[in-house]
Design a protein around this ligand. Structure first.
Ligand code: 4AD
Ligand code: MG
Length: 479
């Protein structure tokens, strides 16, 4: 058997008392031909391995270079040096894989996040990305735990689909048809009958519509999977491929939906605080250091952990779209014409600058905006009595903007069909969706949380490209 190692995180939790241990990992640094800082990804804390002078071949020592992989057995003793409680006094050192120091792109010094994006295949080996991706993992686990504990069924909705759930036309096509000699109908249009599925298909933008089919059988379901949007937005919060969590609940109205979303967000933040303290502290320090370069007014008012605790301990501000427009219209910011998009009045879609004003300047906490004009929302949202608004809700988070989008769904067949006609959504293609309204329809609601935006919020990373392993954005699909 090859692997009888102990993970460095677990070893560091022990008391050093001369016990034997075998560790494996990658060299971060090698000082004075004697001290190896070894990292195995279980924690940002390196294990100090001491290669006693004269104990090992010069030939072997030369091969202990940054990112070489090692298997080391030795005894664990209290450290004589400062900064660590234990040393591993090496008895045997085996090089598992050499790493040419001249060619290794990730030298042990501070690199910019932009540079690290270009070597995303290696960036997990840095402290920053180690912390971010361990937290990402924890949040994913917490999400499953939250819903599992509440009895929700985890549903895998299809990735290839023939429908556009959001009706926004931002889809990546899936096809096996050739680019040249594309089969055409007599009218010149592409003949999708000859395509793999015999129809036009695309990557899913949301699992919601299928999720509703699950909710109207199991009562409560959630999805957690990749979604794809071909929106040409080159921003720090848009990806072409992102992960979304979409719970969908029968017998819920808009208020139940908002309550669940708030409880959910708080739960996963708390999980990270309880389980990823070291990594959060590292990222909090990193953020504080980074902000030192900014002018006072651009710095965050709270540290990262303080911000997370504030969110846990305060209820989210809830207000209607109509109230929000009033606040924005009357704001000094608007009167002094500081918005790129001035507030023209009721009905306009909110831009992220407006959302961030409400959250960061006005309320200074997460906000749940609800009851939006029906014209700026999707066809499936439940129409309110006023004939103008729908039972929608968006959650806006400081530093991020929209993090959740959701609604109560239109469960009344006649109203849903009428809205689909108005919005030119083809009812024939969604016959299966409409069947839920035909056979035992119920009030129901759901929402979608953008996973990467949530990871951004918890880790304080400003660019969404730094919280997903291999970001897909316009003109970029490396790795
Ligand atoms: O607001 P959206 O478009 O809502 C839906 O897709 C609904 N079907 C959800 C539902 O009710 N089940 O997207 C939901 C969330 C957004 O609030 C945002 O956090 C995230 O998904 N999101 C993106 N994240 C990264 N990159 C993008 N291009 C995103 N588009 C949306
Ligand atoms: Mg939205």
């Amino acid at each position: 058997m090859f692997n009888k190692r102990i993970k460095i995180k677990d070893l560091l939790a022990q008391e050093p008392r001369g016990q034997e241990a075998t560790v494996m990992g990658w060299v971060r640094t090698f000082r004075n031909n004697q001290f190896i800082a070894l990292n195995d990804g279980s924690t940002n804390n390196n294990l100090q391995v001491v290669a006693g002078l004269g104990k090992f071949d010069e030939e072997l020592l030369k091969r202990i270079t940054t990112s070489a992989s090692l298997r080391i057995t030795g005894t664990v003793v209290p450290s004589l040096g400062k900064g660590q409680k234990m040393d591993l006094n090496a008895e045997s050192i085996e090089i598992l894989g050499d790493s040419d120091a001249e060619k290794y792109p990730l030298q042990p010094k501070k690199h910019s996040l932009e540079f690290l994006r270009e070597i995303a295949h290696l960036r997990f080996r840095t402290n920053t990305f180690g912390a971010v991706f361990r937290i990402r993992h924890s949040l994913a686990f917490a999400i499953h735990k939250f819903f599992n504990d509440k009895g929700f069924v985890y549903m895998h909705t299809p990735i290839i689909t023939a429908s556009d759930a959001e009706g926004a036309g931002e889809m990546f096509r899936v096809t096996t048809l050739p680019f040249d000699r594309t089969p055409r109908n007599e009218d010149g249009n592409v003949n999708f009958k000859e395509d793999f599925f015999g129809r036009s298909t695309n990557l899913t933008v949301s699992g919601q519509l299928e999720g509703e089919l699950g909710a109207t059988a199991f009562g409560e379901i959630y999805t957690f999977g990749p979604t794809f949007r071909a929106e040409n937005s080159n921003t720090a919060r848009h990806l072409a491929e992102f992960w979304m969590i979409e719970p969908e609940m029968a017998f819920y109205d808009l208020e139940d939906n908002m309550n669940l979303a708030e409880e959910f967000i708080k739960y996963i933040i708390k999980y990270a605080i309880d389980n990823n303290k070291e990594d959060l502290e590292f990222l909090a320090q990193r953020l504080a250091d980074e902000e030192k370069q900014l002018s006072q007014d651009k710095r965050s008012e709270m540290g990262l952990i303080e911000k997370l605790e504030f969110v846990l301990n305060n209820s989210f501000e809830r207000l209607t779209y109509t109230e929000a427009i009033e606040i924005l219209k009357e704001s000094n910011h608007n009167k002094k014409k500081k918005f790129q998009y001035p507030i023209t009045g009721w009905g306009m879609d909110l831009q992220s600058e407006h959302e961030r004003y409400l959250v960061e300047k006005h309320f200074k906490k997460p906000v749940i905006l609800n009851n939006y004009p029906k014209e700026i929302k999707a066809f499936y949202m439940r129409q309110n009595e006023d004939g103008k608004t729908v039972a929608a809700m968006d959650i806006l988070a400081p530093g991020i903007g929209e993090i959740v989008g959701g609604s109560q769904r239109e469960e009344r067949l006649d109203k849903l069909e009428a809205r689909m006609r108005e919005m030119h959504i083809p009812a024939e293609e969604l016959w299966w969706y409409l069947d839920t309204r035909r056979f035992g329809t119920v009030p129901h609601a759901g929402f979608g949380l953008g996973f990467e935006r949530m990871v951004q919020f918890v880790t304080g990373m400003t660019n969404i490209r730094d919280v997903i392993a291999f970001p897909r954005t316009p003109k970029s699909a490396e790795f």
